[in-house]
Ligand binder design. Sequence first.
Ligand code: PHE
Length: 340
Amino acid sequence: MLSLKEQIEKFQKEINEFNVATAADIENYRIRFLGAKGIVKQLLAEMKNVAPELKKDAGQLLNSFKQYAENKIASVKEIQVQEKSVPKIDFSLPATPLPIGTRHPLKIMENNIVNIFEKIGFSVATGPEIEDDWHNFTSLNMPANHTARDMQDTFYVAQNPDWVLRTHTSSVQARILETQSLPVRVICPGRVYRNETISARAHCFFHQCEGLYVDKNVSFADLKQTLYYFVTEMFGADTKVRFRPSYFPFTEPSAEMDISCTVCGGKGCNLCKHSGWVEILGCGMVHPNMLRNFNIDPEVYSGFAFGMGVERMTQIKYQINDLRLYSQNDVRFLRQFQSI
Ligand code: PHE
């Protein structure tokens, strides 16, 4: 018959080889070694046959064997708990694709406009949306009580009557003339605010791109040629252009520019209100008073300026006929511009 020590060695070997991969394995193991009639209990029962002087050693041997048997499933259970809490990750799987967002149609249009002017040497200038009276009005040849201030319904900042939400990005042109040395050639994109009732055709905020070029010998012909180039790039070489005399306080002479309707080609449709023409921008030669406001001598320097509405351009290009769509954040509308 095997001695206690030999039996323990035999069972330790069996424990080492016992496969406890599944829950059923663990249960079988527990019954065989740790159960009420298991090996540990059986060996403990043999203690009574051990001679008294050997009891101490045998007791220690059995205790460490019991520990050994228990440790095996304790460690397996620990691993199982860990495996349950750490989700299994298959690093070889392809990644879940992230849905790609879309550019806002107004940003697409703004980028288009800016790119066209950058090609002929204009650089982008931006400025604050909360402006002071000087940059938004007075320096642009619209002193206090000038009737032209009524052309733009202005939001005033309640805390300071000198502050307004800019009504046009001409305010950026003022800042450029104030800080930069001549010649200047800038395009000024940005959001502007006017106190209008929101409808399909008007909004209390919208976007503009205004341009300014001041140098020696800048003429109205330069202005026209620059705008012809712009229209050709934006709407194609077949587009016709016409200028109508107009009035802006900061330009003299002033004009509004129309292009032949991009939808009907001039035959008459809803976009052009059956006139064959759509208005796209205001422009003119920078008023001498405005140049003087920035200590520029109008006898030496001249310049042109123009300003267009980005919503209007987008409406013409993509035939979007309700201004409110731009700010309602309806993804069904916005997603349509995914591939542009
Ligand atoms: N600032 C004008 C507006 O907002 C547009 C404009 C700019 C006209 C430059 C002429 C020259 O209506």
